[in-house]
Design a protein around this ligand. Structure first.
Ligand SMILES: Nc1ncnc2c1ncn2[C@@H]1O[C@H](COP(=O)(O)OP(=O)(O)O)[C@@H](O)[C@H]1O
Ligand SMILES: [Mg+2]
Length: 251
């Protein structure tokens, strides 16, 4: 028998309704899935399909109207706001479309930030971990650059390092290539594929169906329900795609 893989995330018939005046908007209409350790999952769907609402559930930023969410075996629905915030800080690494870095603050300080909330980690340990995370994303020579002195791709690398520094159970990316040009987007996908190969669990939410070709599994949302949930047996190499892009214009 094959070894049982660890379930990192489990959604059981999750519904999220919003009351807008007399109308009920059904943003999630019963979503169930399990995400296993080491998967690289894209959650894909057109605008209005429920991606952001689902991401807010997965990120412990919101609670479902009904249904259960288990994160690393812990039931999230019945938790208090404070408990959820703590769980989020320890278990989830967020990567946002607009990077969400502190301006005029060095890469190193930005990456150290999530560890500030953990009193068990000393200042020197914090610095060591942040340096390690920046190294992992290829920014060892940019540690003391401030965020406003960096390109979009570099800022997103800092954001990924910050997401990784706490050694989270899952990396949650929200349109993480949305603000980047084609070449830089592929560089980012190369990085996500490297993290996947290292065993990180990744959930990448996007409206862009092309990104699903680079992940190991794609969950397609439509009208707040799963339309399709497929394993990708032919994962494209982002490094190859990057190599095939036309050379950058030097103008
Ligand atoms: N806070 C809210 N109040 C009312 N309706 C909402 C709210 N958030 C989302 N919705 C509605 O839920 C549906 C799904 O939205 P959303 O999750 O943002 O989709 P996506 O991110 O895929 O574009 C849409 O019809 C949207 O208008
Ligand atoms: Mg959205």
């Amino acid at each position: 028998m094959e070894e049982e893989k660890k379930v990192v995330i489990e959604l059981q018939n999750v519904k999220r309704y919003f009351q807008v005046g007399s109308e009920t908007v059904k943003a999630l209409r019963g979503v169930s899935f399990k995400i296993y350790e080491g998967e690289f999952v894209t959650i894909q769907g057109t605008s209005g399909s429920g991606k952001s609402t689902l991401l807010n559930q997965l990120g412990c930023l919101d609670t479902p109207t009904s249904g259960e969410y288990l994160l690393d075996g812990i039931a999230v629905r019945t938790m208090s706001k404070t408990q959820r915030a703590k769980l989020r800080n320890r278990k989830i690494g967020f990567v946002f479309q607009n990077y969400n870095l502190l301006a005029k603050t060095t890469a190193l300080e930005n990456v150290e930030l999530p560890l500030m909330y953990n009193s068990e980690i000393s200042a020197s340990e914090r610095r060591r971990k942040a340096m390690e995370a920046l190294k992992a994303v290829g920014l060892e020579d940019r540690m003391y650059h401030k965020s406003n002195q960096m390109s979009g791709g570099q800022m997103q690398r800092v954001a990924i390092a910050r997401a990784l520094v706490n050694d989270p159970a899952v990396l949650l990316a929200d349109e993480a290539t949305g603000n980047l040009d084609t070449r830089t987007s592929f560089e980012m996908l190369v990085l996500f594929q490297e993290l996947y190969k290292q065993g990180h669990t990744i959930i990448f939410v996007t409206h862009n169906p092309e990104i699903a070709e680079y992940s190991s599994r794609n969950i397609n949302l439509r009208d707040g329900k799963i339309r399709e949930d497929t394993i990708n047996t032919n994962i494209k190499s982002a490094a190859e795609a990057l190599a095939q892009l036309p050379a950058p214009q030097d103008d």
